[in-house]
Design a binder for this molecule. Sequence first.
Ligand SMILES: Cc1cc2nc3c(=O)[nH]c(=O)nc-3n(C[C@H](O)[C@H](O)[C@H](O)COP(=O)(O)O)c2cc1C
Length: 320
Amino acid sequence: MPAYPLYLAPMEDVTDPAFRLLCKRFGADRVYTEFVNADALVRDVASTTRKLRISDEERPVAIQIYGKDPVSMAEAARIVEQSKPDFIDINFGCPVKKVAGKGAGAGLLRDVPKMLEITKAVVDAVHTPVTAKTRLGWNDEQKIIVELAESLQDCGIRELAIHGRTRAQMYTGDADWTLIGEVKNNPRMHIPIIGNGDITSPERAKECFDRYGVDAIMVGRATFGCPWIFEDIKYYLTTGALLSPRPMSWCVDILKEHVNRSIEWIGDEHKGIIHSRRHFANSPVFKGLYDFKQTRIALLRADTKEDVFSIMDEIVRKWG
Ligand SMILES: Cc1cc2nc3c(=O)[nH]c(=O)nc-3n(C[C@H](O)[C@H](O)[C@H](O)COP(=O)(O)O)c2cc1C
């Protein structure tokens, strides 16, 4: 393992094989699939089992599952194991209503005995190392992570990823890393702790490694339209210097490659473009360009590959 491992966070509708492989190319030390619904896996729903497709090129790779029932989670873990991931990760952090509101994901932060029952059931069901990802707690009044981390460790998980927000925060406010640091520095903890939340720059990544002592950092939203962020962070962590800014034409070539790979993965040009829009909308490549508003609107509305690519070419000509 490198001195400062950097992982691509699991993200629904984002971390498909196309994106995982790109992030891997730029140095992600581990990638995670989107979360996979345990009940749908057990029912063998085709759109869900498709999410289990992983390749040797992207290893080490974790497949993440979520659900609220220990029996179906254990069964799902056994199904997942057949795909031979390096890790099976349990999602105890998803805050959205359709998941947490139904008692799965972060909903289990309100029912710790059930969370531990699920964890034990999954750990016992498979030989693959099991990891978990969660948040600080349900809300400000109930930040239970320090104690919870010990209990999850006692259930046999091999690593714990912590997003420094509560469920109530959803994605608002700033991630609070102090409790992540407290978990890491708890002498009872011996499994690796992965810190997550608001890592958007090489400098912030270094600060979090240095200040909180985490074993690895997981990067989520800052990878949108920027899979090379792993290389930027790595370079800074190993040399103490920032890589010089990349030419816009180089970045646009990578974004185009991502569009091509997304279309290939989804098997439909229009759907592949829609799927890629999140990356265009959030890419640092298109941030802060003077008088860019109309072009941005056109880029986000374009619905053929030809149109998207020609707008990108125009952007490079005009602003590159
Ligand atoms: C679009 C989107 C989808 C996400 N899907 C998942 C998921 O499937 N499983 C999970 O554990 N976390 C999921 N997350 C949470 C991220 O993994 C991560 O914890 C969160 O974005 C905070 O990290 P960041 O500040 O680096 O983005 C998702 C986040 C976003 C923005």
